[in-house]
Write a protein that binds this ligand. Structure first.
Ligand code: GTP
Ligand code: MG
Length: 334
């Protein structure tokens, strides 16, 4: 390629990041508007959309396929060689939890491009971990962050800005600045929760969001879909919701963290794990990393157990929750 050709290609590659929906050959202004209305504001989101999702906005299946394919070409997501895949994996980032012991269990921290699920009983520390990660993602990489913002979907109204301030101070961040880099929404019911995520791509892109939190993933679904007859619908919605989350995490190289409650497991009353996470296989299969949290002797001590991961061994880590947030135990503290 001539130097000129190369320069043009470079310019094109750079321009791609700033492409708007209207820049796709198959999308006019009206279609772009329609797509934005159903929550696809960026090419990245469109590239990972499914035909049926676009069809829901009244776009024919044929057009939908064309649009998705054009979006994919624009950001060049296609077949990759195993070597390229290895390169892609190198872009996976990690966020420190604040505890070295818990980070080790997670293979270095909470990972981008996949979903990490914390489940456990009331008071086990799920929301505290969410707060801590929302602060830590803002740290520079050398301190265990991704220099990014957090998106926080709160379903139980348990988000506390004062707690963020405490944790931010403890890691050397300015509390006001830290609060500015957490983009928050309360989800009033499961449909609202789904909608918030569906419309999230623009805010994720504009704010350099590198962590998406849903605390809790299942609470609304659990209270709204009561009874066996409603279970299939609940599971189907949860499934779609989780896949949307996964696609956002991949498109924006962000970590996705969800929390989940547990329910008693009647058949295993006397076993070590007498509880099960809510959401069954749907949640289990889409969460790449699942961590069971429980209280330990000593009031602020918690035990995290890695129960499922694509490549890490099962194991446990101990940490504590203090004024500063999530921390390791001191030498001899246990
Ligand atoms: P549910 O959402 O009710 O299922 O529980 P959860 O797992 O989200 O529990 P959460 O993360 O809210 O943990 C609550 C626990 O964190 C409390 O019991 C305290 O031990 C600890 N904690 C919360 N806030 C503070 C704080 O400001 N200071 C200290 N030292 N500990 C705190
Ligand atoms: Mg909570």
């Amino acid at each position: 390629m001539s130097p000129r050709g190369r320069a043009r290609r470079n310019a094109q590659a750079e321009a791609k990041t700033y492409l708007k929906l209207e820049d796709l050959p198959s999308v006019g202004a009206a279609t772009a508007e329609k797509l934005r209305e159903i929550g696809f504001s960026t090419i990245e989101a469109l590239a990972t959309a499914t035909i049926s999702e676009l069809a829901a906005a009244g776009i024919s299946e044929k057009r939908a396929a064309e649009i998705i394919s054009a979006a994919r070409q624009a950001i060049e997501t296609s077949w990759v060689t195993a070597k390229q895949l290895a390169e892609l994996k190198k872009t996976v980032g990690r966020i420190t939890t604040g505890s070295k012991s818990l980070d080790r269990l997670l293979g270095g921290g909470v990972e981008t491009q996949s979903i990490t699920e914390f489940f456990g009983e009331y008071g086990s520390g799920k929301s505290q971990l969410c707060h801590q990660l929302a602060v830590n993602v803002q740290l520079p990489p050398e301190k265990g962050g991704l220099d990014g913002a957090a998106l926080y979907i709160d379903t139980e109204n348990t988000f506390r800005i004062e707690r963020i301030a405490q944790m931010a101070k403890a890691v050397g961040l300015d509390p006001d600045q830290a609060a500015e880099r957490i983009i928050y929404a309360e989800a009033y019911n499961s449909d609202h929760q789904i909608l918030l995520l569906e419309k999230a791509d623009k805010v994720i892109k504009e704010n350099n969001v590198r962590l998406i939190i849903i605390d809790s993933l299942t609470s609304h679904f659990r209270s709204e879909y009561v009874g066996r007859q409603n279970l299939p619908e609940r599971q189907q919605k949860l499934n779609k919701h989780m896949h949307k989350l996964l696609r956002l995490a991949r498109a924006f190289n962000a970590a996705a963290v969800v929390t989940n409650q547990v329910m008693a497991r009647p058949d295993e009353f006397f076993s070590a794990m007498a509880v099960l996470p809510v959401g069954g296989h749907v949640v289990g299969h889409t969460s790449h990393t699942r961590i069971y949290l429980r209280k330990a002797a000593g009031k602020n001590v918690r035990i995290a157990r890695l129960v499922s991961s694509p490549y890490l061994p099962e194991g446990e880590a101990i940490f504590k929750i203090t004024e500063n947030g999530v921390e390791d135990l001191e030498e001899g503290e246990r």
